[in-house]
Design a protein around this ligand. Structure first.
Ligand code: OXD
Length: 308
């Protein structure tokens, strides 16, 4: 079985593979290692774009695609019938939760302001300056998957009150449906977005959503840029009523001169929340397990379902 992985380091990290599994590396930035027509299991480059998805017609014997990302939005609807699409659910939970916790603490404790003061060698202006705190806040997590649960666990020591929201309500798990957002948002001092990008979530955070958030609230986007209406967010941030921490933007990459770069109440990282030292070992650990499943004739885990 010919397998393409996206990183040279991936070969070692897959662990022991059954006989007959032939691994080649296709980084996406160099020439193909061989004819894609023979590939049966493909691990495309991390955060692949529509350009990479466009290679699919060349993979005529493909059986499975294993993504290195939690999000599968560029692939959903593009994969030919008979090809199983799997995401990297579980791989990014802790790194993204850590980023969300850090970003939320940093924003409430005004770390960006302190960094700016440090750059000016300015001790006096910020001396004893009180800041809000994350401790005890009412937090709304929009997205009730494994990343949302990890965020909840990371926030728990801070005594926050968490409300969970997902596409549909799940009473047993105390998860509210998105249709309840208008009632929930006015109480949310922090809104954390970890939903997949779908037709339902595209533009979910529009002017009405933002207007329903209370003064001083923080929006944290660790999902996908287009979940938020950027113009509506810029308008709220320019008014100074809300602040935002974003690992993703729309457009992405954020072009030079875009207002989000300069707003003092916006904190940005370039889609880096999941990119930690442990990413490849965790991701290729999953890939290795999936390959052993294929050879054993077992079903793959993390299959991207219809209702993604
Ligand atoms: C992901 C990401 O989807 O890093 O995993 O954005």
């Amino acid at each position: 079985m010919k397998v393409w992985v996206a990183h040279e380091a991936g070969r070692e990290l897959l662990g022991e593979l059954p006989a007959g599994v032939d691994v080649e590396v296709c980084t996406g930035t160099q020439a193909f290692p061989s004819d894609p027509a023979g590939v049966r299991f493909w691990v495309p480059p991390f955060l692949a774009t529509a350009h990479t998805v466009g290679w699919l017609p060349g993979f005529t014997k493909l059986e499975a695609i294993q993504l290195l990302t939690a999000g599968a939005d560029v692939w959903v609807g593009q994969v030919p019938p008979g090809v199983t699409l799997c995401d990297a659910r579980g791989v990014h939970d802790k790194p993204v939760a850590e980023w969300v916790l850090g970003a939320a603490i940093g924003m409430f404790r005004r770390f960006p302001d302190f960094v700016r003061a440090q750059e000016r060698e300015d001790w006096a202006t910020k001396k004893f300056a009180p800041t809000p705190e994350l401790t005890g806040k009412r937090v709304l997590i929009v997205g009730a998957g494994s990343i949302g649960r990890a965020i909840e666990e990371h926030l728990a020591p801070l005594g926050v009150t968490v409300t969970r929201v997902a596409r549909t309500a799940r009473l047993a798990e105390k998860v509210h449906g998105v249709d309840e957002l208008p009632r929930l948002l006015p109480y949310a001092e922090v809104v954390i977005l970890v939903v997949p990008l779908t037709e339902l979530t595209r533009g979910l955070v529009d002017a009405g959503f933002l207007a329903a958030m209370p003064d001083g609230a923080l929006l944290v986007n660790a999902a996908r840029g287009p979940v938020v209406d950027t113009d509506a967010l810029v308008a709220e941030l320019e008014s100074g009523r809300l602040s935002a921490a974003m690992d993703v933007t729309d457009p992405e990459p954020l072009p030079p001169g875009h207002p989000l770069w300069r707003l003092p109440n916006a904190f940005l990282t370039p889609h880096a929340a999941g990119t930690v030292d442990g990413l490849l070992p965790r991701a290729y650990g999953l890939v290795g397990d999936q390959l052993r499943r294929v050879v054993a004739g077992e079903p793959l885990i993390n299959q991207v379902s219809e209702g993604y």
